[in-house]
Design a binder for this molecule. Structure first.
Ligand SMILES: [Cu+2]
Length: 100
């Protein structure tokens, strides 16, 4: 009986993890250099594409710099997935090389 209870607590714990972002998940911010942003409507398209990626929490398009800063949960998505999202929308991008 004791074991069963422990198991149930474990299951509930895992469920809570899936439903809510774990407190210790550290958001990661990456800057992407985006090609093809030629008019002021482009950032909107790029932003929309990135919003569809699960785990993305914040998107700042820096139109003048042709960059987009994306904050995401790195346990749910990756820089590669973000690059793919903008590329599929017609805006190939690559992560900016930054010193950590
Ligand atoms: Cu445009």
């Amino acid at each position: 009986m004791k074991n069963l209870k422990a198991m149930l607590v474990g299951v509930v714990g895992v469920g809570a993890l899936v439903l809510t972002a774990p407190a210790w998940a550290s958001p990661k911010t990456v800057t992407l250099n985006v090609s093809n942003m030629t008019c002021e409507a482009c950032p909107i398209t790029v932003k929309k594409a990135l919003q569809k990626v699960p785990g993305v929490s914040k998107i700042d398009v820096l139109y003048e710099k042709k960059q987009v800063m994306v904050t995401f949960d790195d346990s749910r998505t990756s820089t590669d997935a973000l690059v793919k999202a903008t590329t599929n929308a017609g805006y190939p991008s690559q992560p900016e090389k930054t010193a950590k």
